[in-house]
Ligand binder design. Sequence first.
Ligand code: PMP
Length: 406
Amino acid sequence: MHIDTGDQALRARALRVVPGGMYGHMRTATLPAGYPQFFERGEGCHIWDADGRRYLDFMCAWGPIVLGHRHPAVEEAVQRQMAKGDLLNGPTERMVELAERLVRLVAHADWALFAKNGTDATTTCVTLARVKTGRRKIVVAKGAYHGAVPWCSPSVLGVTAEDRAHLSTYIYNDIASLEKAVARAGDDLAGIVVSAFRHDYGFDQELPDPAFAKCARALADASGAALILDDVRAGFRLTLAGSWDLVDVQPDLSAWSKAIANGHALAAVTGNDEFRDAASQLFVTGSFWCGSVPMAAALATLDELERIDGPAQMHAMGTRLREGLAAQAAAAGIGIRQSGPPQMPTLMFEDDPDCAKGFLFCQEALKRGVYLHPRHNMFLSAAHTAADIDEALAVTREAFGVLDRS
Ligand code: PMP
């Protein structure tokens, strides 16, 4: 019997056995019509959907793919470790090597522990702040994403008031609002959570104002609370030292995941010596957290990012893309806003409250084999070459043309 495996057929099959046909941030329901839900494979900076159509990929699996899909050095390290075993009754030497590597690379890190998802890491940081301080209150930026469990999910479905009883919010980059939130927490403040930069879904991105970053550090110091950096999305793309190293501010704890192992499932928490005892006491674990294969992948990923200066390379390619888009939009007389670091660009259109222009632009690019996102920051990888960027720009020129005529 022939089973149809194209995108439409998979959607129909999934609807019967997968909630909503797909759940969470990878549902295509929030994307323009025509975006595929199912994929078949990836190679370098290309992906193929379930119908075999190839796209130049500017989402990189929403961040994890930092060197390109199936990077040979990473996959070789994976095979080598796989031959010895992944899950054993405890970690292997890979864990110690990787912790040593993070302590060397990450400016604030004196130790590292490992988990699977970004949410594991952010939740562990928040818990650690409470263990260390013996206090309860956590302040987070309004609208910032830190994961999909009750304390931080953007959805309130299934969330009780108690889950968020000790959470209060401030506005990213707004010193007065951060001071107010910290004052409200009073002597019960356990931690201040900051994102690497403001990368909220559907908004222009904002890099951290150095004065805001310094203020967050000073407020944490003055109250004895933890400064927690959620570097899950930006980590290892902007710099290997931790994203706030770029503004010369070091957190106490950082949460990492996404790019750390070029697509293999791994998360990490790094911390400074002040938090070492608390981290030794805390019971955190998971059945798959000690898997050595993703750790071997992470070591190979970090080797390669260091060797080629991945962040600088992605910065150069992201800048090439940004400058090309700016010139095309100007030539077409179309108002656009580009924001965020070049390695993680966001493109929005002026006078586009319902994102109709963004949707049309991305649909036209998709039809021509370039996978963009109309509302979320996109991701460059070190596999994107100047020729790939120029190929993408040849397509976006046509997409701007369609927009101009519409
Ligand atoms: N923090 C940030 C900034 C993220 O972007 C994400 C994932 N998009 C998370 C935390 C949660 O990571 P995960 O989906 O791996 O649990």
